[in-house]
Design a protein around this ligand. Structure first.
Ligand SMILES: [Zn+2]
Length: 268
């Protein structure tokens, strides 16, 4: 989950304001860094000093004094040296964004209001479009797939060949649960162009020629294997007739523009 969040984090903007500034975490926070490095001070974490509000007074504006921080830390570890604590605390203070420091020095910690950081403080943008923050794990996973998912190499081939093709629908139909496993596997291989045709085998040096072993007349690539092989003509004619009969009530324009090759390869 943390790895997934780190992938999404660069797309998330967080707006610090008077309602949440005291609740912001001090450590492992990319907004609080020293020389580009995230802060991680174990003595502070063990003592429960993990948020901006833990460094501030509750009744007056401003940050706690060094001696107060040392006192809190000493309760957990009596051996901590005052100078070391001061050094840590100074590092934390200089790592805070100046606008936060200014705000803290001007405003009282609204501790009694018990504010919480909610999803409303975040905005999330993908390709410059703002999208709602994930409200459910399903939305979260969809966003994650959108961010880290890579399109199969074969997609560019199919899009160039059939610009009108809706590949997302092909993926759904090719993987329908009602299909037998072998069928889904074959669909996957066709869609991803990973079927070992003779052309592919020759490229891998697994054969000495790329001629179709059925008709022995042409190179055996994917299109030849499923559509163009002369020995398939009976089947392709049958398939065309079948489709035309099946679509007897469909708009003529659609039938006239139907690409049978595409239907053969993508409708399986
Ligand atoms: Zn052939």
């Amino acid at each position: 989950m943390l790895l997934a969040w780190s992938k999404m984090k660069t797309y998330v903007a967080f707006e610090a304001n008077e309602n949440n500034i005291h609740e912001i975490p001090l450590f492992f926070n990319s907004s609080v860094t020293k020389e580009g490095k995230l802060l991680n001070y174990k003595p502070f974490i063990f003592a429960g000093i993990t948020k901006v509000k833990h460094l501030t007074y509750e009744v007056i504006p401003g940050f706690l004094k060094f001696i107060a921080i040392h006192e809190i830390l000493s309760e957990k570890d009596a051996d901590l040296k005052y100078d070391d604590v001061c050094k840590f605390y100074k590092n934390v203070l200089v790592s805070l964004p100046p606008e936060w420091v200014h705000f803290i020095n001007e405003n009282i910690n609204p501790v009694s209001k018990n504010f919480e950081i909610t999803a409303d403080c975040f905005s999330f943008s993908v390709e410059d479009k703002e999208v709602p923050m994930p409200q459910s794990s399903r939305t979260f996973y969809n966003l994650l797939i959108q961010l880290v998912g890579k399109s199969p190499v074969s997609e560019s081939y199919w899009i160039e060949k059939y610009p009108e093709l809706e590949l997302s629908k092909c993926y759904i139909f090719s993987n329908l649960y009602i299909l037998p496993g072998e069928c889904r596997e074959l669909n996957f291989q066709v869609l991803h162009r990973t079927l070992f045709t003779k052309v592919k085998l020759l490229k891998c040096n697994m054969t000495d020629n790329d001629t179709c072993p059925v008709c022995a007349q042409s190179r055996e690539d994917l299109e030849h294997m499923f559509i163009n092989c002369v020995n398939l003509s009976q089947f392709t004619d049958f398939f065309k007739d079948f489709l035309l009969n099946f679509m007897c009530n469909v708009d003529d324009n659609f039938v006239n523009t139907l690409d049978f090759d595409q239907a053969m390869l993508m409708c399986f």
